[in-house]
Design a protein around this ligand. Structure first.
Ligand code: MOS
Length: 739
């Protein structure tokens, strides 16, 4: 029984449902009498719609309606602000609000028909005339317009510490370079889709691809003036999201709009191309200035970022916090500015800001190590910090040194020759590089409900999501372990807005937040079981308090006298055939405020660069991760592997290319937007370093969704330098930059 508890590599409890197709994703629900909506997107990046001619589409039998800004109903939200849970400061995009075009591929019409094929054909017949205005989509050429936002989405850049300018000017060794990170788009397997079902009583049931059903529920309720309890949003399975589902996307709004107007069920799904029409990791340019003493002590860090945002929202992310998180330095000055462009607002994407900022910082650190002639790992150890320099607080735990040690050993780092181009094999230049990273370990308030039925089945629920990460499995493990029940007796329910309150599934905080609520609600259930057990004749628990009782192997017993036990089933059956029900809400403990909590990673990679062709192959990769308790090493390892693979993509392939004449992302499909395939992936090793943390949250886990990606790309850049002697400061590293 115990092999399925936390810390053990349990198989996914939903694995069978997923591989057999029983698991249904938003677009897959069979709804009778369903209408299909297809979105028409703007051909220009900025301007106005002069006219929309929908007559040819409407003439087709089976086309039910074409919605545009001209006939959209005047709902409440369109005149007010609504901030969804992941909204940056500003005014959110409002589909069909008016005739203004704010970005290329903006939705301008929704064709609704009896079949998908018909809707798609009719969408081609919608004629839109535009009056284009000059647009600005190029970050580089608009840098002089950079501004400091009035409000930041994430915490604003920290105040300067010490005197970085003077310290830099006086430093013996200096690195001062610019680093460019391109735009990236989320490419989950499952594309965004929503089915909105209108009921006679005005209530709505909605299937949505989303990382937080209650966020969609609140958004729709506010946008359409429907009481929250009349909107049920369901999302039992999500085929990857990576942040793309943190905000409700426009297909949800359009499906609901059409369903309400037509009093039918309407499905709107986006195509792969349309997945490039909202949100992206923003193109960002950074300047890093590092100063060090001859002994290799970091004396000054200046980190300045300028990123793109839209004209209507000031999106920003944690790009410049990393020097303060990772290194001990007294003189630090950082800034994060924005340039507003005619694009959709950027959107959180796996380790938002961490991927971008760690890339620049960790490459600059490598550059400094080379200036000093110190091994890059040695240099990092010299400047190690046990306190978060941004917050001036100690870490609740930090086993990064152990990550270095175990990672370096597994990789064989000690055999590395410092000199670039010193490890050749025929035409292949071999390079070894490393980098480290961190990601904040946050706990958010979350609630859970537990129902224990007289047949011994436990059902625990929370309105969270499983975006492929393993939430179903891990929550079941936590509940099973706390209750001392076999995993098979536990069912975890999620993805339903009527379930207990959950934060968005993101920020790597689901295990710590929802997991802590699950643990707490199970403990409440234990109190009820104890009450029931006390009622039994000759009960050994008559005078027992909750803290005297343990639960394991299907039994409850006095901790001090384990022979005094009954089966848990017996206890629940005392309740006269009724289930026991507990509810609980778990908030972060106040003591957390005295500490800073981050997970850490150290990545070591080997690349082979073909001297003649400039091709780069990542032949070996070791990532050592310190992330508190690992609840499920199997699903956890998959998280780190996924981040590692994505890091290879970030280093070598991913780049959404904007044609600035059109103001449009051009490589908007998986043919031209390159991501790693199996042939790109070689040895990938994951080490979980033991890390005990009793402060971070009640279950001691820090989360694994994001830490796996942050240190990969810089480690590869550094390895490519070691192989070739060429320092690439603009991602991705393509052939043209190497040759
Ligand atoms: Mo994550 S970018 O918080 O889904």
């Amino acid at each position: 029984m115990k092999e399925n508890y936390t810390g053990k590599p349990a198989n996914r409890v939903d694995g069978r449902a997923k591989v057999t197709g029983e698991a249904k994703y938003a677009a897959e629900f069979n709804v009778p009498n369903l209408l299909h909506g297809v979105v028409v997107n703007s051909a220009i990046a900025k301007g106005t719609i002069k006219s929309i001619d929908t007559s040819a589409a409407l003439q087709l039998a089976g086309v039910v309606q074409v919605f545009t800004h001209e006939n959209r109903p005047g709902y409440t939200w369109l005149d007010s602000h609504y901030m969804d849970e992941d909204a940056p400061p500003g005014s959110p995009f409002r589909p069909f609000y008016n005739n203004q075009i704010l970005f290329s591929m903006q939705p301008v019409a929704l064709v609704v028909a009896e079949s998908f094929e018909l809707a798609r054909y009719a969408a081609l017949l919608v004629k839109v005339e535009y009056e284009a205005q000059p647009h600005e989509t190029d970050l580089e050429s608009n840098l002089p317009r950079a501004y400091t936002p009035k409000k930041y989405k994430s915490p604003p850049p920290t105040d300067p510490r010490g005197d970085a300018d003077t310290a830099f000017a006086q430093a013996t060794f200096k690195v001062e370079e610019a680093y460019a990170h391109p735009a990236h788009h989320h490419n989950p397997m499952e594309m965004h889709a929503s089915i909105a079902i209108w009921h006679e009583d005005g209530k709505m049931t909605i299937y949505d691809k989303i990382q937080g059903v209650q966020n969609s529920q609140k958004y729709i309720s506010t946008a359409f003036g429907i009481p929250q309890e009349d909107v049920q949003v369901l999302s039992p399975f999500v085929g990857g999201a990576f942040g793309s589902g943190l905000r409700p996307q426009y297909q949800l709004f359009l499906a609901v709009l059409a369903a309400r107007e037509l009093k039918r069920a309407v499905k709107v799904g986006l195509t792969r191309q349309q997945m490039f029409s909202f949100g992206h990791r923003p193109a960002t340019v950074q300047r890093l200035a590092l100063g060090a003493s001859a002994e290799g002590e970091l004396e000054a860090v200046k980190h300045d970022a300028i990123a793109e945002t839209s004209r209507f929202e000031d999106y920003n992310e944690d790009v410049v916090i990393w020097p303060g998180v990772l290194y001990d330095c007294e003189n630090v000055k950082v800034s994060h500015q924005l340039v507003d462009l005619d694009v959709f607002t950027p959107l959180d994407m796996r380790a938002p800001g961490g991927v971008t900022g760690t890339f620049a910082l960790e490459v600059a650190i490598d550059e400094m190590a080379y200036q000093l002639g110190i091994d890059p790992l040695e240099f990092r150890l010299k400047n190690y910090t046990n306190t978060d320099q941004n917050k001036g607080k100690p870490y609740s735990s930090k086993e990064l040194k152990e990550c270095y040690r175990q990672g370096a050993e597994r990789f064989g780092w000690s055999k590395r020759k410092m000199e670039p181009r010193s490890m050749k094999e025929g035409h292949q230049l071999i390079g070894w590089g490393m980098a480290n990273g961190a990601w904040e370990a946050k706990q958010q308030e979350a609630a859970a409900k537990a129902v224990f039925s007289p047949d011994g089945k436990l059902t625990v629920s929370c309105a969270t999501a499983d975006i492929g990460t393993g939430t179903y499995t891990v929550m079941s493990q936590i509940a099973a372990e706390t209750m001392g029940l076999p995993l098979e007796e536990v069912t975890f329910k999620l993805g339903d807005s009527t379930l207990p309150k959950s934060p968005l599934e993101g920020g790597s905080w689901t295990v710590s937040s929802v997991g802590s609520a699950v643990k707490l609600v199970c403990e409440k259930l234990q109190e009820q079981l104890l009450e029931q057990a006390r009622k039994m004749e000759n009960s050994p628990f008559k005078d027992a308090n909750p803290e005297d009782v343990s639960f394991a192997e299907g039994r409850m017993f006095l901790t001090q006298a384990p022979a005094q036990s009954i089966s848990i089933l017996e206890a629940v059956q005392q309740n006269e055939g009724q289930p026991l029900v507990a509810e609980a809400s778990q908030k972060p403990d106040k003591n957390q405020k005295n500490y800073s909590s981050y997970s850490h990673s150290a990545t070591f990679v080997e690349v082979m660069v073909d001297e003649d062709l400039g091709t780069v192959k990542v032949t070996r990769m070791v990532s050592a991760i310190a992330a508190g308790r690992i609840i499920n090493p199997k699903t956890g390892r998959s998280q780190i592997l996924g981040g590692s693979v994505w890091g290879i993509g970030a280093a070598l392939q991913e780049h959404t290319v904007m044609d600035h004449r059109l103001g449009r992302f051009m490589n908007h499909d998986l043919d031209k937007y390159h991501v790693p395939v199996s042939a790109d992936i070689h040895e990938t090793d994951v080490i979980f370093v033991e890390e005990k943390d009793e402060i971070v949250n009640p279950i001691g886990a820090k989360g694994l969704g994001e830490i796996g990606i942050v240190s990969i790309a810089p480690a590869i850049v550094n390895a490519v330098f070691h192989a070739t002697g060429k320092r690439i400061r603009e991602l991705p590293i393509t052939l043209d930059k190497l040759l």
